[in-house]
Design a protein around this ligand. Structure first.
Ligand code: UT7
Length: 330
């Protein structure tokens, strides 16, 4: 019997209309374009304003609809919708269930997946496993985050970094060997003190005091996270290459989480990769958390060719991190 692999057969991406530039941030906090550009590589990011739409679900729905249109896909054929997100519409009720209903995926089951900036990467593993099991034929994986909903725009250490966006991919069975080949996924819970949001969860439910203390905004010890991110992202990408006998020549593209251009460069250097093979859009969107990887696929879709070897790598809060090797199917 032919082995079933899980291939990406379509991509979609969406960013909101409002552009928040470094210049605008100069008016809001004590920062400057030169600092932001040299330390992070970011020039601008997008923010979802109320007039356009609300919640991460809005972004997710736009990205998903692109796939339905591009593939002329009947949404009732979708078996499963996973929404990878660190900013669900609300606690408890599944954002993915709402998204599935809104796009007409009425026969699908749906759930959210939360692993901070690694959510989409871990979601790829989930989606592929369902397909490989043979029990499901169409899995829609969406990465969506409205980071502006948890950003303190008076805190210069975080507000310059994050942006809003969404990207989506469709996973389907493949019998020619294309799709997900290998994965190496990791986590280390001792890292949660360095990046996260303290308020609003079961450890620290919302009170008047938590609001006053600005506990419902994301915090990060940037320097520490940077050190972990640089070494771990490079380690896992290198490991995936070695384990699959891939040289730098064999790797067509690195698809790295867009947290900081310096982290991306360090990962590419460790892989010995020509920087022309590195997908990058951090300059335009900043760090969109769960949306960075699918937004890259969406932006670069025209340049990806059937058979290309893609190495994905991400690092995020928790800590969570990992790398995936995937053969492009179209
Ligand atoms: O996606 C999830 C994973 N997240 C990451 O991977 C993020 C990892 N961390 C980073 O990308 C970087 O650490 C940052 C971009 C957040 C910060 O860059 P850094 O080179 O680590 O800067 P730093 O925090 O060491 O700060 C250097 C200086 C400090 O001033 P002093 O102490 O040297 O006087 C900061 O107060 O820069 C100051 N600073 C700023 N200056 C202008 C911090 N933020 C800003 C700012 N504008 N926005």
């Amino acid at each position: 019997m032919t082995k079933i692999t899980a291939a990406i057969t379509a991509v979609g991406g969406y960013v909101p209309q409002f552009v928040l530039t470094n210049k605008m941030l100069e008016e809001m906090v004590d920062t400057n374009d030169e600092w932001i550009t040299t330390r992070t590589g970011i020039k601008e990011r997008r923010v979802l304003k109320k007039e356009e739409g609300e919640g991460s679900s809005y972004l997710a729905i736009q990205a998903a609809k692109q796939i339905l249109e591009k593939k002329d896909l009947d949404p009732t054929e979708i078996d499963l919708v996973i929404v990878a997100t660190a900013t669900p519409d609300s606690m408890v009720a599944s954002t993915a269930a709402f998204v599935a209903s809104q796009i007409g995926a009425v026969n699908a089951f749906a759930y959210d997946l939360l692993a901070a900036c690694s959510s989409f990467l871990f979601g790829m593993s989930n989606a592929a496993s369902y397909i490989e099991s043979g029990r499901y034929k169409k899995v829609l994986l969406i990465g969506a985050d409205k980071m502006s909903s948890i950003i303190d725009y008076t805190d210069r250490t975080t507000c310059i970094i994050f942006g809003d966006g969404a990207g989506a991919v469709l996973f389907e069975p493949n019998e020619e060997g294309f799709g997900l080949q290998d994965e190496y996924l990791r986590s280390d819970g001792s890292g949660r003190q360095f990046l996260g949001m303290e308020g609003g969860g079961s450890l620290m439910p919302a009170t008047e005091q938590t609001v006053k203390d600005r506990k419902h905004f994301i915090f990060q010890d940037g320097k520490t996270v940077f050190k972990f991110a640089v070494s771990n992202m490079a380690d896992v990408a290198e490991r995936i290459m070695k384990r699959n006998d891939l040289t730098d020549k064999d790797v067509s593209w690195l698809v790295p989480h867009q947290a900081n251009k310096r982290i991306i460069d360090a990962t590419a250097n460790r892989m010995g990769l020509d920087h022309a093979k590195v997908l990058m859009n951090i300059q335009r969107y900043g760090n969109t958390t769960s949306a960075t990887l699918p937004l890259l696929l969406s932006d670069y879709e025209d340049q990806l060719k059937k058979g290309d070897n893609l190495v994905f790598a991400a690092f995020g809060g928790g800590f969570t991190w990992g790398s995936i090797y995937l053969k492009w199917a179209y």
